[in-house]
Design a protein around this ligand. Sequence first.
Ligand code: F55
Length: 818
Amino acid sequence: MGRMDLRQGSHGIGLRRLGTTAEEFQQDLLSSLYYRRGTTVESASPRDAYEALSLSVRDRLADRRARTAAAHYASNPRWVYYLSAEYLLGAQLEQNLLYSGTGELAAQAVKALGRSLEELEDLDIEPGLGNGGLGRLAACLVDSMATRDIPAVGYGIRYDFGIFRQSLENGAQAERPDDWAFQGNPWEFPAPDDRQTVHFYGHTEPVAGSEIRKRWVPGEIVLGEPSHMLVPGFGTETVNIVRLWRARGSEASFDLSRFSAGQYAEAVQEAVRAENISKVLYPDDSTELGRELRLKQQYFLCSCSLRDIIRRFRLRNENWDDFAEKTVIQLNDTHPTIAIPELMRLLVDEYEVEWDRAWAITRKTFAYTCHTLLPEALETWPVHLFERLLPRHLEIIYLINMLFLREVEQQFPGDTDRLRRMSIIGEGDERRVRMAHLAVVGTEAVNGVAELHSKLLRETVLQDFAALWPAKFQNVTNGVSPRRFIKLANPRLSDLITEGLGDDGWLNDLERLAGLEELAGDASFAERWRAVKRANKVDLGAGDPDSLTDVMIKRFHEYKRQQLKLLHVVTMYHRIRANPGGDWIPRTVLFAGKAAPAYHAAKNIIQLINAVGATIAADPVVAPYLKVVFAENYNVTLAEQIVPAADLSEQISLAGKEASGTGNMKLALNGAITVGTLDGANIEIRARVGEENFFLFGLDAFQAAEVQIAGYRPREHYDRDAELKAAVDAIAAGTFGGVGREVADSLLGWDEYLTLADFRSYLDAQEEVERAWRDPERWTRMSILNAAHSGFFSSDRTVADYAARIWRVAPVTVPREP
Ligand code: F55
């Protein structure tokens, strides 16, 4: 039995030690090719070679994984369970070569097979199981949890189709499905033995002798089958896992009698319905909420994961009073919040724990991270939908809400308005379950993802809750993995940093980058820094490597204001045309990012960017100075190529809207200088790198709120600023194509995100950018200082913060091979 292995640890079984020489690695590679791919050197396709290599690399981590499981089992530690509907793990091969220390061996062995490592790396597909920053944050945090030796499991959904593949058709976004595992996924271990059963629909029945307990008679039964991917720590022995659930029809879902009667489609319709649950990732990063299938996905994730967590707890423990001591479950936004009533249901209905005791355990077990401030992104579900899909959960939520409102009433007697505001059930045209309220009520800690965001949560969206429970609210500023976003993405810069600092200890102690400060004034170091940036630009091939590479890479959303960047581009175009002989600085403006397929306004902006780009490219006067590039299908792999080549990092959201941003951190760490507003983590980046090394512009969050309260009239800015008027007019007139009209109408009509209000200030900041660029020594110094002072933005620090202040977990050291 698989589980016995876990108890004994692999030492008892005596695992064959994997070789450490090139010959031995080559033999392993051959074994993989013969015994696992079933082919030979002579007939191996590139795909066979890729799979064989991946399996051999994976074996080296599996070894560490076995020791990790044994060490964890022996110490019965407190565990972190990270629940997230999304993971953007990025490509695995290069990462796992690095983390297993087998890069050199592998390169030699692959060469002996007559292939190159690069060629095989190109076959490595990234699992795009997320939308954007939230999904990538989950991946950086699991990386850092392993690196910090924290016993942890990340739970998620194994979508058959990840985030859509974006292409441009006549300059407009087109979407194709992302069948990412079509050719198989060598990084995944299926674990069918650990499958779980999930219920939906049906009704509840009273249980004799109990007021509280209920029996849920489901109307649909679905299986959840897990598989896991390895998550190695860097510079340590720990290998944790991300466990992903895939929906399957149960045996009963295949209707043999219908099949026999020739009704083939009807025979499998139940199974198809079940499997649809994990079929596709919802491609919306904040819009289009409220679909039944999405709530089904969320419950599917939570039900499977909680049963797995409880199974693991009971392997080592007996008493429910120890559950919250041994378990912390971190909710990545509200998407997995249904886990709160689900744990209550399991404890009360299935394990017969008394309500008050179950509620105390539940509240102590969960913590909630909020990733937004946009009101439309706060999830709510119609009560009637809940009632149909999860009848027992709705009853439990009502009970939680009743007891909670009683608590509020005690603190604030007679304040019915407050009760209405705070209720988990919102009473509007349609009664809805407010998931963020449930998440705050059912958890021990709530955090925002940057200082400003956490403050605004406390002072606006969640202010009533902060008044009731001030100690519950915390900040944990986001971070990114320096392994993926410096070492793997930017090997040239990594080598230079290692040389400059004397060793590569900075890779898991990123504050050591501060040692670069004293090299910022060293002319030869600066020269080499510049050469690295230039070489990265050549590799990227987006434009002239000597031009200022100005990048805006992120999801398309009006609050992020790609349209502001576009107004700047159009203004540059006008200026150059008006004065072709001017001393213009050549610029390459690089955009990348996806728009939600149903987000019409964002798709218009993409189309307009491409239309403006085409006009400029066709204009012999302007083209030598200005180039607009739209890189298709932005994903983690593409980010790893663009980030190292960036000179200027565009972080220009309306202040108070971007919770944190993490691209801003990746870019600063790679020596790009930010032009940005006082929003999200930009504020903390600026405070660290120094205001002289950051191009600031725009309204702050307070001023923006004031402008909106006073009644914002975008036309006043348009009427007052001739260059702004010219840019908007050109767009509106269709100079760059038909969608311009719609974009201009939105800007002049309401301009929800104050684009026009910030336009002039943004252009002034861009003039500062150009002044700095004209002085290469100054620019390079700024660039080095950005990297030197961004060490705080390592996700290792983020995880250390969570561990100390929210999780209260200690590391468990995994012993090296005996
Ligand atoms: C996905 C699905 C839904 Cl329903 C809602 C939001 C999302 C999503 O992808 N959100 C997201 O990426 N939020 C971002 O989280 C980052 C990590 O904390 C922040 O840096 C960023 O500011 C925020 O927008």
